[in-house]
Design a protein around this ligand. Structure first.
Ligand SMILES: [Mg+2]
Ligand SMILES: [Zn+2]
Length: 255
């Protein structure tokens, strides 16, 4: 018994040549049309027409090369409409408010603060703090005290990319004390962003008003001391710091 003969091998494919010819034809037609559209407005001199013909052949591959290079350079970037930075109020948002505190030993994070900030860090979102410290203007604490307290905050909560604090008081007419937008604008600038790239999270109306004035997204996390009218006026609220951060991340994938 002889086994059935294997079927004859198929003829060598010739389709590749045909596809290449079709592609070349399409390229020629599109290039001619592109050149025609560019020559049409004039001036219709031979030199101009020659230049248009040559550059019409050169522009599409150059544009494709440019695009491919851009995609390669930014291949790790994600398209994401959400905030690239979150600027937090300090007192009663990240740490318990101890009025006019200049003592690093009295710094106590609010529950979940470290985890909330780490969530943002995991997603490549930059972190800043924008804090009114009128105790400086009142002479109750010095700028050095503020910086020592801030350093303690970083020990407990991890690295903060940018700190801004306003040492002024009501009536000083400064542009930084919240609800003025100055600290948010400055923090965004130091991060190389626009305020519209930032969300601001705070516990009082002045925090979210400053955000609105700067063109940033404002999220209020009320405490027992937050007035009902401030809550009613807030553009967005969240029950906890963690919830506010999830609102910011809203479905964003881990980096
Ligand atoms: Mg506060
Ligand atoms: Zn100020």
């Amino acid at each position: 018994i002889t086994p059935p003969r294997a079927p004859a091998p198929p003829p060598p494919p010739r389709r590749g040549t045909a596809v290449a010819a079709a592609a070349a034809g399409t390229w020629a037609v599109l290039t001619a049309r592109f050149a025609y559209e560019r020559i049409k407005p004039g001036p219709k001199t031979p030199g101009e027409a020659a230049t248009m013909l040559v550059t019409s052949a050169a522009i599409p591959p150059a544009a494709v090369l440019h695009r491919v290079r851009g995609l390669a350079v930014h291949r790790r970037a994600r398209s994401w409409g959400g905030p690239r930075a979150v600027l937090f109020d300090r007192d009663d948002t990240l740490i318990r408010d101890v009025p006019y505190n200049g003592d690093p030993e009295r710094v106590e994070p609010v529950p979940g603060a470290r985890r909330a900030l780490d969530r943002l860090r995991d997603h490549g979102v930059r972190i800043g703090v924008v804090s009114n410290q009128s105790g400086v203007a009142k002479g109750l604490i010095g700028a050095g005290d503020v910086r020592r307290v801030n350093a303690r905050v970083e020990e407990l909560l991890g690295r903060i990319d940018v700190w801004e604090f306003c040492p002024h008081d009501d009536g000083d007419g400064c542009k930084c004390r919240k609800p003025e937008p100055g600290m948010i604008e400055r923090a965004a600038e130091r991060l190389g962003m626009l305020p519209s790239d930032c969300a601001v999270i705070g516990d009082v109306g002045g925090d979210v008003e400053a955000a609105a004035a700067a063109g940033a997204r404002g999220i209020l996390v009320p405490t027992r001391r937050t007035r009902p009218a401030e809550i009613a006026r807030a553009p967005e609220t969240a029950p906890t710091l963690a919830a506010a951060v999830e609102l910011v991340l809203g479905g964003r994938r881990r980096r």
